[in-house]
Design a protein around this ligand. Structure first.
Ligand code: TXA
Ligand code: MG
Length: 337
């Protein structure tokens, strides 16, 4: 045990069982991987994923890497073409993440993908991580286990200093072998592209794929000045209107909290809108619940029969800051708003 309030345990059958139970309960567990320590949560549980962003501080909904025990498990969530299968056979388990199209029936929380139609997925080469993934039967989303703005943690002590009191358990397994985040390879487009450099190089991947592999570090690299400026952002195809206090005829409503007193311009109550035109991210005003529903509900309301999506005000505090950040991007990226 480290400092009081910090649950740091060496990897053992008991601590692995505790970790699996905590993940099932929606809690945060720091897991060792061969690259860096990961701040893990059950990827099927949107509210657990929301807690990851909260724990990192300065929360911002960047898409996360989902960890699975093998390629067969990955295929439950993403479509793996011949290229992806070849790369998996060559480099998994190992420090390589693939960006692949989500399957239509993908059960992973939309918050992991930040609303994008793709998912980042990898099989880590660490015995403790693999045992946990197999025994829990859960896909685990895990960004690097550091507070936002600090370097990735590669020792349990470093994790404990930054996140110790914010997670339910730190599984300690000594310093990480690689010490650098995984290579991120985008295979969701025709041309394979490395978005983040890592231990596995574009040349090694090119040898396996027998084709050119490009680099597009954009701002995915290590020295990220503005980590929220991702290459792509989710945006609905219809206009998004923020801080709405009423609904225009034809608009859908993305609500937060009580809507009893919200009206439709020209007459009527928002609460009487059809179910297809009204989604409430959290009737009780819970920001975790709202975060977990955000991208799914935006997508559900993005229908051609709606003239746009009116979004109620979200308090700009805690996770609300990240929700508002994404809503602003969705509004800026939508067709005409
Ligand atoms: O080594 C690693 O990859 C570590 C360990 C814990 O596995 N994890 C890690 O996660 O570095 P994180 O969240 O710090 O970095 C995820 C990277 C980011 O550059 C993010 O933009 C990119 O993966 N990414 C995730 N999902 C994506 C997507 N759907 N499309 C494009 N890029 C994505
Ligand atoms: Mg990171």
């Amino acid at each position: 045990m480290a400092a009081s309030g910090v649950n740091l345990k060496a990897v053992s059958p008991d601590s692995l069982r505790e970790a699996a139970d905590l993940l099932r309960a929606g809690r945060l567990v720091v897991i060792p991987t061969e690259t860096v320590y990961g701040l893990g949560a059950n990827a099927l549980d949107g509210e657990a994923i929301a807690r990851i962003f909260e724990a990192k501080g300065r929360p911002r909904f960047n898409p996360l890497i989902v960890h699975v025990p093998d390629a067969a498990a990955a295929q439950q969530y993403v479509t793996m073409d011949a290229r992806a299968r070849a790369v998996a056979a060559a480099f998994w388990p190992g420090p390589l993440t693939m960006i692949l199209p989500r399957r239509a029936d993908c059960a992973i929380s939309d918050l992991c993908s930040a609303g994008l139609p793709t998912l980042a997925i990898r099989v880590p080469a660490h015995p403790a991580a693999l045992t946990l993934l197999r025994e829990s039967g859960l896909p685990v989303a895990a960004p690097s286990a550091n507070v936002s703005g600090q370097v990735s943690a590669t020792t349990p002590q470093h994790v404990a200093e930054g996140l110790g009191t914010k997670v339910s358990l730190i599984l300690a397994a000594g310093p990480c072998d690689v010490g650098l985040e995984s290579t991120v390879l985008d295979l969701s487009r025709d041309q394979p592209v490395v978005l983040r450099p890592g231990a596995i190089t574009a040349e090694q991947i090119a040898d396996v794929l027998e084709c050119d592999v490009g680099y597009d570090f954009g701002d995915h690299g290590q020295d990220v000045k503005s980590p929220g400026q991702l290459l792509k952002h989710y945006a609905p195809s219809i206009p998004v209107r923020l801080n709405a206090v009423d609904v225009a005829p034809g608009e859908a409503l993305l609500a937060f909290g009580a809507i009893r007193f919200m009206g439709i311009k020209g007459g009527g109550h928002a609460k009487d809108l059809p179910e297809t035109a009204l989604k409430n991210m959290s009737e009780t005003g819970d920001l975790h619940q709202a975060a977990s529903n955000l991208f799914r509900m935006l997508r559900e309301l993005d229908r051609p029969e709606h003239t746009g999506i009116a979004v109620m005000n979200i308090p700009d505090q805690g996770l609300g800051i990240a929700i508002n950040d994404r809503l602003k991007r969705a509004a800026a990226g939508s067709q005409k708003s």
